[in-house]
Design a protein. Structure first.
Length: 517
């Protein structure tokens, strides 16, 4: 017997809590992911070192969604590849005097659904500068964001680890008495040279998984129409290449492997950002946020109103109540740019340097999807209203670092909410009762306005208001599930590009940074 219309409406209302999880998946920016599964796989690999083939241990881990929709990108969280290189293999691998190394890893992952498969190349995994321990094994912690995967049909989607390649770059030891060279850093006085040791050419290590291992990283349920193929399990992985063999293939073969039979495994290259805004920011600095300079140091205004720049910010945020993370201004979808006026005002005097900048960031409406606890899909449109950004850097003392703070407020409005495809009318004014106040902080050398870097903030989600129609008040439900403190945001700003007058755009397109780790 079919459920009545009244029964269906009750089901939709009961599932409104799923919409709350959706809101968290896009606050305060765009992008969301369904319930996650954290996976961890420890595998043995046979690798070709200069001293001969040796077996190493590799730990692969990441965050995969538990389920997704056919035709929609499957977003994979930050992926880890921790590699242990035995000390015996380091003797001929690294030149004498090597104190530290950097490394990049490229993992081939077979993506399979039923009888179809495609090879994904995850080559954006990097290990920062790592000291080489004397007489001990060397552990390289690779981290990075991998491209999304899209399956055109429904059925279980399997991810299986395959060949691994490492590019290890040794950093040579400095001769006695010689100072390392590096570029200067700083927004004002007190600039100090950075000490970046010279590096030699990378050494490539090719690896293949040892036989007899189960190498399935994750299995994701893809909802949607199937074509009748057997989707009960992914096919067995193809034979791994010899570790000493080249990984290069003709472009047409690579494209076929990436987009095989309705499986699009993407590429590791990030798409370009949205075009920079040609008009200079027209907003005003928030005077309540500007620190007062020491007595006797005046504030001066730029006679041209500031210098026009453009930059790309991307971020990851955690929502405390839902214990989940979301992507903000996803670089994999072509990130939105921030419009900047640098050095709009300044206060400079003995032992003190304050610079004031103005920014604007208008995020487009987002369409996001989430699954509630009963695995019922919930989707909604999200509209963002942002204030201008007030950006302040302060340096006290000629040898002190610059401290940067970015002040920004943002109101969130939900619209076009659907639960399992059935509209849930939240009304035209379902929004946060007041703006979300963000105070992002960074410190040189980790962050500089004209170089980019990392900023962090803790923020509070205000109560919701205006949610519901026809006398149905959904405000308490949204507020109880989302509002409150303890939320954390980590943002990476790419290096800004200088805008040329006359509508000529950037001198060079702004760099799109990877999502923060």
């Amino acid at each position: 017997m079919k459920p009545s219309a009244t029964s269906r409406r009750r089901t939709v209302r009961a599932s409104a809590v799923g919409a709350l999880a959706l809101v968290a998946g896009v606050l305060p920016g765009a992008g969301s992911q369904a319930q996650e599964q954290r996976t961890r796989l420890t595998a043995d690999y046979a690798c070709a070192f200069p001293s001969g083939t040796r077996q190493i241990e590799v730990e692969l881990s990441g965050r995969f969604p538990a389920s997704a929709t056919a035709g929609q990108p499957v977003r994979i969280g930050e992926f880890h590849a921790d590699v242990v290189l035995p000390r015996q293999a380091l003797e001929k691998l690294l030149p004498a005097g090597t104190e530290s190394v950097t490394s990049e890893a490229e993992l081939t992952v077979q993506v399979a659904q039923g009888g179809r498969s495609a090879d994904a190349r995850w080559d954006a995994l990097r290990a920062d500068t790592t000291p080489v321990p004397a007489g001990q094994d060397l552990t390289l912690a690779h981290r990075g964001t991998v491209p999304p995967v899209t399956a055109a049909r429904g059925g279980e989607l399997g991810f299986t680890a395959g060949a691994l390649a490492l590019d290890v770059t040794p950093a040579a030891q400095q001769p006695d008495g010689e100072q390392p060279t590096g570029e200067k850093t700083g927004d004002g006085p007190g600039e100090k040279p950075a000490t970046t040791p010279p590096a030699t050419a990378p050494v490539r290590i090719g690896c293949r998984p040892a036989e007899g291992q189960e190498l399935l990283l994750a299995a994701v349920r893809i909802g949607g129409p199937t074509d009748g193929a057997d989707t009960s399990a992914p096919p067995a992985p193809s034979e791994s290449p010899d570790p000493s063999a080249s990984h290069e293939r003709p472009e047409d073969e690579q494209d076929t492997a990436r987009r095989g039979n309705g499986l699009d495994v993407g590429t590791a290259q990030l798409p370009p950002a949205k075009p920079c805004e040609q008009e200079r920011p027209a907003g005003e600095l928030d005077r309540s946020k500007l620190p007062e300079p020491p007595p006797g140091i005046p504030v001066r205004e730029s006679p041209i109103g500031g210098i026009h720049w453009c930059a790309v910010p991307v971020a990851v945020s955690n929502v405390y109540k839902l214990r989940g993370a979301m992507v903000i201004n996803d670089p994999r979808d072509g990130a939105t740019t921030a419009n900047l006026l640098i050095q709009k005002e300044w206060a400079v005097g003995p032992g003190y340097n304050q610079l004031r900048h103005l920014g604007e960031l208008d995020l487009p409406d987002a369409r996001a999807t989430f699954l509630d606890f009963d695995f019922m899909p919930v989707s909604a449109g999200i509209e963002f209203t942002s204030s201008p950004m007030t950006i302040v850097t302060v340096q006290r003392g000629s040898s002190a670092p610059n401290y940067a703070t970015i002040y920004l407020s943002q109101t969130l409005r939900m619209h076009d909410v659907k639960v399992n495809g059935v509209p849930l009318d939240v009304g035209p004014r379902c929004r946060t009762a007041r703006p979300v106040e963000l105070e992002l902080k960074g410190k040189q050398p980790e962050y500089e306005v004209l170089k980019g870097g990392i900023l962090r903030a803790k923020f509070e989600i205000p109560p919701f208001t205006g949610c519901g129609t026809g006398g149905e008040d959904l405000d308490p439900l949204f507020t109880a599930s989302l509002s409150g403190g303890g939320n954390y945001l980590k943002l990476v700003q790419g290096p800004p590009c200088l805008m040329r007058p006359g509508g000529l755009g950037c001198v060079a397109p702004p760099k799109v940074p990877e999502l923060p780790k």
